[in-house]
Design a binder for this molecule. Sequence first.
Ligand SMILES: C[S@@+](CC[C@H](N)C(=O)[O-])C[C@H]1O[C@@H](n2cnc3c(N)ncnc32)[C@H](O)[C@@H]1O
Length: 213
Amino acid sequence: MDIVRKTFDEWAQSGRAKLMEQEHGKNVSKFLEKVSFEKSFTFLDVGCGNGWVVRKISTDPKCKKAVGIDKSKKMIIQARKAKKNSNEVYVHTDIESWKYSGKFDFIFSMEALYYSDSIERALKKIFKLLKPGGHFFCGTDFYADNKATIKWSKMMNMQMHLHSKQEWRKFFVDTGFETKTKQVKELKSKKKWKREMGTLFIIGKKPKREYSN
Ligand SMILES: C[S@@+](CC[C@H](N)C(=O)[O-])C[C@H]1O[C@@H](n2cnc3c(N)ncnc32)[C@H](O)[C@@H]1O
């Protein structure tokens, strides 16, 4: 079995999905609070874990549909068990091979993309799944500038693609996104990296019009 799927199935079973929710929750919430979900919208979370972000977003009355996908079946089972709203949908799939014909206004992903075999391929798929003018918010604590987190790949004992903020930015630009980055810090955290570096969000907007050369 795929090592990523196996690892996160085990994490789901041992209660670590809830710990991730707690660990990522503050910075993700701080980031999402600043997003203006003005009009009625659709939302996708790539690598949704136990679905905590999907559940949170689905309570917005303007949210027509919030979808969470994850390649770990056990994460998806947990997400479905915790489902609260009729507009929440969970699908067991990886982003790369997902067959979906619709398009989203917003796509979000926290600490998931660097596990994919190819970040470029995952980003291309996400770009395709966005409506023109739609946004992709990609959060990562694991990035080369955040030196304290580099050791995580050894601890996890599986492939985790480590890139700097500049490299992430380039992936997004090369995919065709209008790109910005933001570091969200937790100034009162006991962890130095959370205070000084924080979570890196790469924000990609799919242009309203696609230009061809
Ligand atoms: C570190 S966990 C983060 C979970 C959740 N986003 C959170 O913040 O709590 C990464 C999740 O991404 C999923 N994942 C990794 N690669 C994926 C891919 N290519 N497609 C879909 N899900 C993926 C894993 O199964 C795992 O549940």
